[in-house]
Design a protein around this ligand. Structure first.
Ligand code: ADP
Ligand code: MG
Length: 678
């Protein structure tokens, strides 16, 4: 953790500040020794405070306030109840900051000074209790990360070639990219890599949440943390251990605690001024009325101390981080990674959601369903040319076309002069002839009017399939302008299945309060409309180039309010960054999307979006309820002190009881589960 960032550790409240210097690096989330000590000692001290306080009260009853037994008991209560608060308060003071820890210590001392040590002890007891509660929220987040870390094997079997009979065990940190590692059946895969030889089912559920094992064959990507099931795999390592998907996921969760929520950041600044203000007001209230001859000194002081207790903003300061952390912890256990508290709050404000189509609403694995030859060129020749061009592309459509060619045992010819236009298609020369393949957009400069083409195109697109067109480009001989002649050669139809849960997700989102669901795609209008209809989406932005997606997001925001973008691809990254909230789908999605997004869904399960938005809305609601409750309490008590003589014990109970109450209310978010009413 960076020395200037650990404001988040504020969340562990009071005592933690004292431990800041030994705060740990994000890569190592094991609580620092001081924190470990605190986890055990803080509850102990709270218990000790309670016992000493009760003993003090009994002694006071039986033998009077100044009896040695009474003094010792209250002394112990003050010592144990105030230990961490004092350390934290002094640490802040050294940074020239006044905070609630200091305020509480001062109030407790003040209470003792006016002969009310029981109230002082009660104050310290409840204050440290609410800190412990908050600590609990942090621990839960931490344990979610610990669980992820357990997935990370620290050794792997290195081999020199695929038949190497003597693998050697190495620490993962020592293994470089390009090394071959052996993964036996039942082993956990230690590093991200590509299968070089072997076939096996791999259970990726720990990372992606997909419960069914995925069949892996040579050339497929595997992720560290997943479990190899039945076959023996040789894997070429493609990422260092620190770069692996799992490692990055862990870093993200850790950093979530550093990125404070906006309310939290505001409260941090607010706390100092407010606490300073309370101290000054207490001094004034504790002197002026007596000096002016209004009330006697005793009454003046008593009321001033009561005021100090009542006016302290503990409930505000402590409950907010506890609520946010609880929400982050809840998310982490449900495969939803918030990269910071601020995103929990922001997600709670979202009014509209924009989905990328390919790979997000659909499975992103299109399959060639039909080849429609247009010129006198036979079907398999169309596919042969298409496959030749697509060798240069990484698009899912390219993979589908190459797979179809291989399936038909078509020998793929060499291709030269490759060029690609993102969101449109690719071009290249095959046997000296220039071809282009891509969206119907490439027909823009097509001069021939071809009714057969348009009829076929319309039929394919209406059936929710994507049509890509193969065209031949020749230099015209007779045209003076020397414009190239574009001659359509064939259409290839591809079907990308819509995700099973897409429709359910859209209605889940609507019941979570997000009324506007939009789809963005580079695919053509008719296909987009057909797919949107299947998913129950009413607004479609189609035929977008990657840069248009960003503009589309702006439009949606303008029309409907704060918008979340859900995407998986490289071409979604600008929109993910531009949207109020960017959500990347699946840890196995593209790295760029995962890095750019504010929230990462570890699973491919779209329905998690329902949980995500219900949770963040509930969190916002909790924050608002807690803030209003805390402020109302403060106002009521301050008024009470100066009108109906609210006594100190009641102020302590009202104020600190309120703090414990709102903290507990925040912690409820850990267990929050949206009821699915379907
Ligand atoms: P999406 O927004 O749906 O993820 P893209 O922006 O990547 O889609 O692509 C939009 C359209 O461009 C595709 O539907 C397809 O028609 C065309 N296209 C892009 N790349 C290729 C390619 N390599 N081969 C064929 N068509 C392509
Ligand atoms: Mg996509």
């Amino acid at each position: 953790m960076k020395p200037d960032a650990p404001q988040s550790e504020r969340t562990t409240a009071a005592a933690n500040k004292a431990a800041r210097p030994d705060a740990h690096a994000p890569s190592d989330l094991a609580p620092p020794p001081a924190a470990k000590f605190r986890v055990i000692s803080e509850p102990l001290l709270v218990g000790c405070t309670l016992v000493a306080m009760v003993a003090g009260a009994i002694f006071e009853r039986t033998s009077g306030l100044s009896a040695p037994g009474t003094l010792v008991a209250y002394g112990i209560a003050y010592g144990s109840g105030g230990y961490f608060g004092l350390r934290a308060g002094l640490a802040s003071l050294r940074e020239h900051k006044v905070d609630i820890d200091l305020l509480m210590i001062l109030a407790a001392i003040g209470a003792a000074a006016i002969g009310a040590p029981f109230e002082g002890s009660l104050l310290l007891f409840l204050f440290s209790l609410s800190n412990v509660l908050q600590e609990h929220a942090l621990d839960r987040t931490r344990s979610a990360i610990e669980a992820l870390k357990k997935l990370k094997p620290d050794q792997a079997l290195v081999v020199t070639n695929k038949d190497d009979a003597h693998p050697t065990l190495h620490r993962v940190e020592e293994i470089e990219v390009g090394t071959l590692i052996l993964v036996r059946p039942g082993d956990r895969i230690a590093l991200d890599g590509e299968v070089t030889s072997g076939f096996s089912g791999v259970d990726q559920s720990p990372i992606t949440g997909e419960s069914l094992p995925v069949e892996k064959k040579p050339g497929d990507e595997v992720l560290a943390g997943s479990i190899n099931q039945n076959g023996r795999l040789i894997i070429t390592v493609t990422r260092d251990v620190s770069e692996s998907t799992l490692a990055r996921v862990i870093t993200m969760v850790e950093e979530a605690r550093i990125n404070q929520a906006r309310t939290e950041r505001f409260l941090n600044t607010f706390e100092q001024y407010y606490a300073g203000g309370v101290i000054i007001a207490t001094i004034l209230l504790g002197t002026l009325p007596a000096l002016a001859g209004f009330w006697e000194w005793g009454v003046t002081l008593y009321r001033a101390i009561t005021f100090m207790v009542a006016a302290s903003p503990c409930a505000l300061i402590i409950s907010t981080p506890a609520s946010i952390l609880s929400a982050i912890g809840n998310g982490a256990r449900n495969g939803i990674l918030f990269k910071g508290g601020v995103h929990v709050e922001q997600a709670g404000l979202v009014r509209a959601i924009a989905f990328d189509k390919t790979g997000t609403l659909t499975e992103g694995k299109p399959q060639v369903t039909e080849i429609i030859p247009l010129a006198s060129i036979p079907e398999h020749e169309v596919l042969r040319i298409a496959a030749a061009l697509e060798q240069g592309s990484e698009h899912v459509i390219a993979n589908a076309i190459l797979a179809a060619a291989r399936e038909r045992s078509i020998e793929i010819p060499a291709m030269t002069d490759f060029d690609s236009t993102s969101g449109v298609g690719v071009q290249g020369s095959v046997a000296g002839v220039l071809y282009r393949i891509g969206s119907p957009r490439i027909l823009a400069d097509c001069t021939t009017d071809n009714s057969q083409l348009h009829t076929a195109l319309e039929r394919v697109e209406r059936s929710a399939q994507t049509a890509v067109i193969v065209v031949q480009i020749t230099n015209s001989r007779n045209s003076a302008a020397n414009e190239p002649v574009v001659r359509p050669v064939g259409i290839i139809a591809l079907r990308d299945r819509i995700r099973e849960d897409a429709k359910e997700t859209v209605s889940l989102l609507q019941s979570a309060g997000i009324r506007h669901v939009v789809m963005l795609t580079g695919d053509n209008e008719r296909t987009a409309q057909a797919i949107a209809a299947e998913a129950g989406i009413d607004h479609v932005f189609a035929e977008l180039l990657p840069e248009d997606k960003l503009e589309a997001i702006r439009q949606v925001e303008e029309q409907f309010g704060p918008t979340a973008m859900v995407g998986d691809g490289v071409n979604d990254a600008p929109a993910l960054a531009a949207a109020r909230i960017g959500i990347a789908m699946g840890a196995a999605g593209t790295d760029v999307a995962m890095e750019t997004a504010d929230i990462v869904l570890l699973t491919d399960d779209l329905r998690k979006l329902g949980h995500l938005f219900a949770l963040s809305r509930r969190t916002r609601k909790t924050l608002v309820v807690n803030l209003s409750l805390a402020m109302a309490l403060i106002a009521m008590m301050v008024i009470g002190i100066y009108t109906v003589d609210l006594p100190l014990p009641l102020a302590v109970l009202g104020h600190e009881g309120g703090t414990v109450l709102v903290s507990l209310n925040g912690l409820r978010l850990l267990r929050y589960r949206p009821h699915v009413t379907m």
